[in-house]
Design a protein around this ligand. Structure first.
Ligand SMILES: Cc1cc2nc3c(=O)[nH]c(=O)nc-3n(C[C@H](O)[C@H](O)[C@H](O)COP(=O)(O)OP(=O)(O)OC[C@H]3O[C@@H](n4cnc5c(N)ncnc54)[C@H](O)[C@@H]3O)c2cc1C
Length: 508
């Protein structure tokens, strides 16, 4: 595609000739033949180019780190934020860090570890943007979900206006995302460009740096750092698992509780498919039912001993059983650094047995979500029996975030996307499970293929309200939102294919 020469020149005047391109080889690298790529270097440049997109009615989409970016199938401008890659501030006293969109979490966390601090990290991991955004992950138990962490934010609207939300707008300080007046923290998820954001930071009791040895993909830690421990427990029933999770939450002893099923543990600690299949088979025989992985970090030896004792007592009361393979040094070490630095998501997602496909619900009723999850598992096991889902232990995957106050549950499976029968069966299963979430009033299914109207009709018609907000903030409908976008998701975590603008008339 080509945007008009006039528009190209005006945008080039803002960012400089080296920061705009419609060279086919560059476009190819961005997975689309349609776009022109623009790389603004600061907030003012972002605002200026967005104003030009409005002037010329060219739709645009922004990418931070591109882990869930899907280029729209029509002409648009692609705004790549990689030049905005600075950590602006780490405020140890008031416990926040301010970042630009292309700071990845690995960089921020490495800086924070040196100060005895850490930040929330989505399960996708260390390579994704450090903007808090929405999302969920390993540290949800102690740091909450992504959207609980975003504080003051600098945001360029779809019309090109720079807005500073929360305290940064009122006092220039970054400690709070709300006020004065109504908060826009939900609204920013439907459009515009976040150019800076403050995210909460937390105490870290682990080492300032892991002393890793070995080479990729087989790194290890010669010694487990002091006062740290990883265990995987399985339970006789799902009720016992929930009881254990809630007790761990109430006692606030754990740094991390991840609702891994055995196949996720196995894909984390193995480095090739054969090893993964064999390990999973061993795990499946050993576990007694659903389970989770837990990481304990003591601040000093006495604290560590106390936390371990409480954990032991909870596991005893709930009849949990420790997976022996995780007590092995190498497995424990791998899980420890991979799950606190969050570097295993690719292995968890694209593992032996095919692609990972998931859909999730999130909210205050973890008990209900688990009921939904169990029904999904019953249906999934039928597909496993028929050989349509492979290398899957038949379990599901969920956990209580925020010390058990917020449930996060995901259905997932591994399947072969190149096998037409498997592909169809898995997608039918996902639709059926998404419909169950709605009709059973369990929660709003995220990442489902159901039409947004069907989801909205069961959720206060939120899509109509979102549409009105989008129209008010983006009258020229230039700000695209396509793809599975946590950033673009509304705060209820609902359907995310929200409001791509209508393809405009062809450019002259
Ligand atoms: C293997 C894998 C595993 C994953 N596991 C998890 C997981 O466990 N938990 C989880 O929560 N997520 C997971 N994800 C999804 C992942 O969190 C998101 O893809 C990622 O956080 C999005 O951030 P990004 O910067 O890469 O977004 P991008 O891909 O760059 O963009 C995503 C969306 O946000 C918009 N956007 C991007 N930057 C901005 C900005 N600065 N301002 C406004 N809008 C913007 C884009 O237009 C797009 O619509 C996983 C993804 C992959 C590929």
């Amino acid at each position: 595609m080509a945007i008009s020469k006039e528009a190209y020149k005006e945008i080039e005047d803002v960012v400089g000739p080296e920061n705009i391109s419609d060279d086919p080889s560059i476009k190819d690298a961005y997975r689309s033949q349609y776009l022109t790529v623009v790389l603004p270097g600061n907030t003012e440049e972002v605002a200026a180019v967005v104003k030009l997109f409005n002037k010329h009615k060219i739709p645009f989409q922004v990418q931070s780190t591109g882990w869930s970016f899907y280029p729209p199938e029509y002409d648009f401008i692609f705004v790549d934020m990689r030049r905005m890659n600075r950590i602006i501030e780490i405020n140890e006293k008031n416990m926040y860090a301010v970042v630009e969109p292309y700071v990845i979490v690995a960089e921020l966390q490495a800086e924070l570890f040196k100060r005895g601090l850490t930040c929330n990290m989505k399960g996708s991991g260390a390579n994704t943007t450090a903007l808090a955004m929405s999302g969920h992950g390993h540290m949800g138990l102690s740091t909450g979900t992504g959207d609980r962490n975003d504080l003051a934010t600098e945001w360029v609207t779809d019309e090109g206006e720079i807005i500073r939300l929360g305290t940064v707008g009122a006092s220039g300080e970054w400690f709070c995302g709300d006020g004065p007046g109504p908060s826009l923290r939900g609204v920013i998820r439907i459009g515009g460009v976040m150019t800076k954001q403050s995210t909460k930071i937390y105490h870290w009791g682990g080492p300032t740096k892991y002393a890793l040895e070995g080479n990729s993909p087989r790194y290890t830690l010669p010694e487990i750092p002091a006062n740290m421990m990883v265990r995987y427990y399985s339970f006789p029933t799902v009720e016992k698992l929930i009881e254990a999770e809630l007790k761990i939450g109430e006692s606030e002893i754990a740094f991390e509780l991840m609702g891994f099923c055995p196949s996720m543990v196995s894909s984390n600690i193995t480095t090739n498919n054969e090893e993964d299949f064999a390990t999973l088979e061993r795990f499946t025989k050993e576990v007694q039912g659903p389970g989770f992985m837990v990481i304990i970090i003591g601040n000093f030896p006495g604290d560590f001993e106390y936390k371990k004792m409480v954990l032991e007592q909870i596991i005893k009361e709930t009849k949990g059983k420790s997976l022996k393979a995780v007590e092995d040094h190498n497995a424990e070490a791998t899980l420890l650094f991979q799950c606190t630095r969050v570097t295993g998501s690719i292995r968890e997602t694209f593992r032996a047995g095919g692609m990972f496909s998931s859909m999730m619900v999130q909210g205050q009723r973890y008990d209900l979500h688990v009921e939904w999850l169990e029904q999904a598992a019953v249906w999934k096991r039928e597909l496993i029996k028929k050989g349509l889902i492979i290398a899957d232990d038949g379990q599901q995957f969920g956990w209580g975030e925020e010390q058990g106050h917020l449930g996060h549950t995901e259905i997932f499976c591994r399947y072969n996307p190149y096998d037409a029968d498997s592909f169809k069966a898995v997608h039918d299963w996902m639709d059926k499970v998404a419909k169950l979430a709605l009709t059973g009033h369990y929660s709003v299914p995220v990442n489902s293929a159901l039409p947004i109207e069907e989801i909205g009709s069961q959720a206060c018609n939120y899509h109509i309200w979102l549409g009105k907000i989008k129209q008010a903030f983006d009258p020229n409908l230039v700000g695209a939102r396509t793809g599975f976008s946590y950033v673009g998701a509304d705060t209820a975590g609902a359907h995310t294919l929200v409001y791509p603008p209508k393809p405009p008339a062809k450019q002259p």
